[in-house]
Design a protein around this ligand. Structure first.
Ligand SMILES: [Zn+2]
Length: 279
């Protein structure tokens, strides 16, 4: 989509989870897309007039790319993506290097939404002002999390899902990162911090685990972007890399652990972990 011009933005219904922004179709029409980005779980699309279209996929949203020679759907998803055309709700009609390109947002459950924000006001917008550091990049350090976790009795699982502490981690990646770092999801966040406010060793391990899990997930999505083979949107290969997520009653894959993966519910979300090697 980068450097493409929006010939028309077609909205096929008045809303997703929330109403589409007022005048979105008119504002987007004729604009050039300068670049795509991401902040936390939001996709961002910068227009050449200073507006940013922000897209959140919710539970079931996905994008599909259609060219005259065929279509593909980037990324690998653990849960099957929607393919029914009845759920195509937003269509970008684009022109890129004089070639037509359509990018279609499909969302069967319509928990996704879009917002229109001015780039100069982006960091002060209520959706973004209180976000913690990104998990990849140099901003995330063990001592930054130590400062946020000090004295907190919240379970570490919930603290990691809280986007004010760290931005962009979802349920799957939190479960996987805690398993890799051998930390129980029930452990109080404050116990990962020394009395003087420094990160303890498990928190240092956790930072490494988070970065690795996210990097591998991006790599998995990127591989499908390159070869376009799995266009059916069903279970991609990243799911086969999960160690604990959605693997209740399976053997813990850690060498010589011998434990069994359990599922518990924390703050209304499923947590998968190994009680034997995570403490
Ligand atoms: Zn284990």
């Amino acid at each position: 989509m980068e450097n493409a011009t929006i010939q028309a933005l077609e909205l096929r219904r008045p809303d997703l989870r929330f109403p589409f922004p007022e005048g979105l179709g008119q504002i987007a029409g004729g604009k050039r897309i300068l670049g795509l980005g991401r902040r936390a779980k939001f996709l961002t699309m910068d227009f050449d007039d200073g507006h940013v279209l922000v897209s959140h996929l919710g539970m079931s949203g996905s994008y599909r790319v259609e060219r005259p020679e065929g279509s593909h759907a980037p990324g690998e998803f653990h849960f099957a993506k929607g393919t029914a055309k009845a759920h195509d709700h937003m269509v970008f009609h684009l022109l890129q290097n004089d070639r037509p390109l359509r990018v279609i947002y499909n969302d069967p459950r319509r928990f996704g939404y879009v917002q229109l924000v001015e780039r100069r006001l982006f960091n002060d917008h209520p959706s973004f002002a209180h976000l913690g550091p990104e998990p990849i990049g140099n901003a995330l350090t063990a001592n930054i999390l130590a400062a946020r976790f000090a004295g907190r009795k919240t379970p570490i699982k919930s603290a990691l899902l809280d986007q004010r502490n760290i931005a962009g981690l979802g349920n799957i990646y939190v479960c996987e990162a805690l398993w890799r770092a051998r930390i129980s999801p029930k452990r109080q966040a404050g116990t990962l911090v020394t009395k003087s406010g420094r990160a303890r060793a498990p928190l240092e391990r956790l930072i490494v685990a988070i970065v690795d899990v996210i990097a591998e997930a991006i790599e998995a999505g990127g591989s499908s972007l390159r070869d376009h083979r799995q266009t059916d949107g069903t279970l991609g290969y990243f799911q086969h890399r999960f160690s604990v997520y959605d693997r209740e009653e399976h053997a813990c894959p850690r060498s010589k652990c011998g434990g069994t993966v359990r599922r518990i519910v924390q703050s209304g979300r499923s947590t998968f972990y190994c009680p034997r090697c995570q403490s």
